[in-house]
Design a protein around this ligand. Sequence first.
Ligand SMILES: *[C@@H]1O[C@H](CO)[C@@H](O)[C@H](O)[C@H]1NC(C)=O
Ligand SMILES: *[C@@H]1O[C@H](CO)[C@@H](O)[C@H](O)[C@H]1NC(C)=O
Length: 408
Amino acid sequence: MGVLCYTFLAITLLFSFTNAATDCEVCEKLAVAFMKGLENTEGKNFEGGDVDWEEKNLKYKTSETRLIEILEKVCEKSDFKCNKLLEEQEEAIETWYKKFRENEDKPLRTYLCITTVNACCPENKFGDKCEECPKGNSDEICFGRGKCEGAGDREGSGKCVCDSEYTGDVCDKCADHHFEIHSNDTYILCKSCHPSCDTCTGENATECIACRDGFKEEEVDGVKRCVDINECVEQQNLCGDGEYCANTAGSYKCEVCSKVCDKCFGPSHRHCYSCKPGSIMRMPYMCQDIDECSSGAVCLGMYEVCVNTPGHYKCECARFFRRDPVSNQCQPDPAIYSRYVPKRNENEENKDDIQQLSVALIICLIGTMAASGNICWTLLFFLSILFSGMWWASDKTDRIATSLARSY
Ligand SMILES: *[C@@H]1O[C@H](CO)[C@@H](O)[C@H](O)[C@H]1NC(C)=O
Ligand SMILES: *[C@@H]1O[C@H](CO)[C@@H](O)[C@H](O)[C@H]1NC(C)=O
């Protein structure tokens, strides 16, 4: 009963976690694992007996024993789809093993996945009817500039996924920001433009046809080229209070000022236009925090220490002391005593285990009733799983909290 219930649970979990491998992928994986098994058992033989090795190896090679040995290891235990396929196709695999193993024209993938299971297509064919992947005018799939999506798979889309330099249905055009080096009816070669160009005739910065966003055409040393627009200079107030503008190639970004600056033009405390309260300008554009603690006139409460912060200070309790929320004064920290709390005794832990075991048993009982198809039992089953999960989680948090307090 318990086993039944856990199997049911495991299968539910598997269904929700297995990634969406196509039937062809499952079959191919199985075929590869089988071939690997064949390879691994190549040099084996039957043990014992006084017949010579050669003869024993020959017998073993074609034996049912070897087949079974391979099949046992073909699917991982947790691979539900693989095990299902293996169960369905065991006979077909045995046929191939006995008849076609030595036949070069009938590899296992072809025999099992294409012909028998009908999940895969021959190489470079795709889809329900195993159509040829697109080529355009070229002899090569996707003009030799991309991959055919789902090639060899009956669930494949057969669309070309182009390499980054190319685009178009069959990858026979240059992608944006690329130019054509050479092309004819059956061939194309493209390369990236200079980063400042939107379109271009060559890869140099001087070979732009149009500039990319964030760049403008300018004549430098008598040659026209695209140069970066410094937005931070050309436009005002791009960034908010407490930020400065940083130019980037083709754009700009807003970065936060140093903690001591109110307004700034760069990242450090030497790039301030004005200082935050609690800091002062020591030199032009340089703000420095005032150390309020150094005066000795603050944080005068019992067991209090002063901690300087940018623009301010705070009064904290000394080590091993903690602020009492009622009196607001620093008092010995009760948490440091918790390290002397006696350890949870073992009986208690055992009790927990027994509790958890009984709950699991009850859930399984409900699960068995639920298997009859009654909606109430099914509902109860899922609720009981939910509640036991919450109970388990809360117990864990308690323990983590206790152990944290202890280690403090
Ligand atoms: C197209 O160009 C490629 C590469 O230069 C060349 O190998 C091929 O023969 C050319 N084909 C035609 C039809 O001109
Ligand atoms: C591109 O620029 C490089 C140097 O930056 C130069 O050597 C090369 O000749 C240029 N190519 C063209 C086609 O102008």
